[in-house]
Design a protein around this ligand. Structure first.
Ligand SMILES: [Fe+2]
Length: 465
């Protein structure tokens, strides 16, 4: 077969393609993906029609099927890999690394996929596709240092003259936020949004800063000020609405939380894993604070039950367990746990290791909590609380598991433990009315009525501020 010519994408990164027009079509896919657009899939189909043998188009298709977090899409990731491998003769080293990274991902070796993408970035620091995929993998490995440093390593290859620079700043902002470098994260996130008003990932990075610093009113104002710029975003916008709901929940504005849930977060009732995770986590947070959520668990439970044998990521399984436990669907929940154990025993992969070490006890704890076995929930969660980061997701997302642990300790009347956990939380989040209210509960339990009254006054003052 005659080798195809090598072109460069709009950032100067080599792409083997049949025509320059096909490379421009690939650029359009990446542009849409960077801004979480809704047309990424359709644009990628256009590339495949223009150039059926483009290795990078097959790789990108395969990556997307992994990123969507659905087991039913994995066969299509494999078929994309096969097509990429078949077409990968006389292509650049960069493209060979992508084929190898996709292969590693398909084989369940996320560490190798990550390493290959990072190797590609050493050679091609403007390979924004490798950068965003590495960002995704670091995120779901819970590797906060890499989320920060991976983007930092390429910064001298980017400036305003390189298309997409603002989106790189947005990724850097998120990495800094997860690493706890909040002022730098906020400044860079705002700078990225100034460059690209539609950069929802950068806007989301700033939203995380507000969450982690307890700046709830500012968070609400930030999202209101930017929401029209995200009107063309894909379902990731639901996650940003979830963040807005968290601010309202912290401020005890429950009507606003439920309104956001019904009109924004869960309006389309999709079975996307992130959409279900946002919703389940929010309902559980509401219930932990003593609020009724009506029949909102029902459709989530139905969708989670249908996907209970997938085991794509421990993060997803832990969230899918929430509606099953909340609805008391014991047969489905127990079947899911059996399936998780069998899957983890039968597979040797990055995810299966985390599933065995953390994912299974975490899902067991969520189930125990939902069924009222608070002692078991504490006993399961306490030994793994610092390992939960390995399931990936953000600090804000994983905080639900700390909330479960604290609430289970309170309900199981384990006052010394609950007190220690709540003092820790009060120290970490002195701005949190909920932390002070829970601290008051435990002080009441140990007979310190004056201390409890003081803690409640602090919570009231925070809410009134
Ligand atoms: Fe988030």
């Amino acid at each position: 077969m005659r080798p195809m010519p090598e072109f460069a994408d709009k950032r100067g990164v080599p792409v083997t393609a049949s025509t320059g027009a096909a490379v421009q079509a690939l650029d359009a896919v990446v542009d849409d993906w960077l801004r979480f657009g809704r047309d990424t899939g359709d644009l990628l189909k256009c590339v495949a029609e223009t150039d059926p043998d483009m290795v990078m188009a097959h790789c990108l298709r395969g990556y997307f099927f992994h990123v969507m977090g659905s087991a039913k899409l994995l066969p299509r990731a494999w078929s994309s890999l096969q097509r990429a491998e078949a077409a990968a003769h006389a292509v650049s080293q960069r493209e060979k690394m992508h084929v190898a990274a996709l292969s590693a991902w398909c084989h369940g070796d996320l560490h190798r996929a990550r390493d290959l993408l990072e190797q590609a970035l050493i050679e091609y620091p403007r390979d924004v596709l490798a950068l965003k995929l590495a960002h995704f993998i670091h995120f779901y490995l819970g590797d906060v240092a890499q989320q920060r440093d991976s983007v930092a390593r390429v910064m001298d290859a980017w400036d305003d003259a390189v298309p997409g620079y603002g989106y790189v700043l947005g990724m850097r902002a998120f990495g800094l936020e997860e690493a706890g470098e909040y002022p730098a994260a906020e400044a860079l996130g705002r700078e990225a949004v100034e460059r690209n008003a539609d950069d929802i990932w950068a806007g989301h990075a700033v939203a995380h800063v507000f969450e982690m610093q307890g700046r709830h009113r500012e968070g609400i104002e930030w999202i209101v000020a930017n929401e029209t710029n995200w009107r063309d975003a894909n379902n990731f916008a639901y996650h940003v609405w979830w963040h807005k709901a968290l601010y309202h929940l912290a401020l005890e504005e429950i009507d606003a939380v439920l309104d956001l849930y019904d009109r924004r977060i869960r309006a389309d009732r999709s079975d996307d894993y992130l959409d279900i995770s946002n919703a389940a986590s929010l309902l559980l947070r509401l219930e932990i604070r003593g609020h009724c959520v009506g029949d909102r668990w029902d459709e989530l439970a139905e969708k989670a039950a249908a996907r209970r044998h997938e085991h794509v990521l421990p993060f997803i399984d832990a969230h899918f367990m929430m509606p099953l436990a909340a609805k008391g669907m014991h047969a489905e929940a127990e079947d899911m746990l059996v399936s998780m154990r069998a899957w983890a025993a039968a597979h040797e992969s990055t995810v299966s290791t985390v599933m065995r070490d953390v994912g299974i006890p975490l899902a067991e704890a969520v189930y125990a909590f939902g069924t009222g076995d608070y002692r078991a929930a504490v006993d399961l969660l306490l030994p793994i609380r610092y390992a939960v980061q390995r399931i990936g997701g953000s600090h804000a997302q994983r905080d639900i598991f700390q909330k479960i642990l604290i609430e289970a300790a309170l309900r199981d009347l384990r006052a010394p433990l609950a007190r220690a956990l709540l003092v820790e939380r009060r120290e970490a989040r002195p701005w949190s009315p909920a932390a002070w209210k829970d601290y008051a509960r435990v002080l009441d339990a140990v007979g310190d009525a004056a201390g409890a009254a003081d803690a409640r006054s602090t919570a009231d003052a925070l809410l009134a501020a």
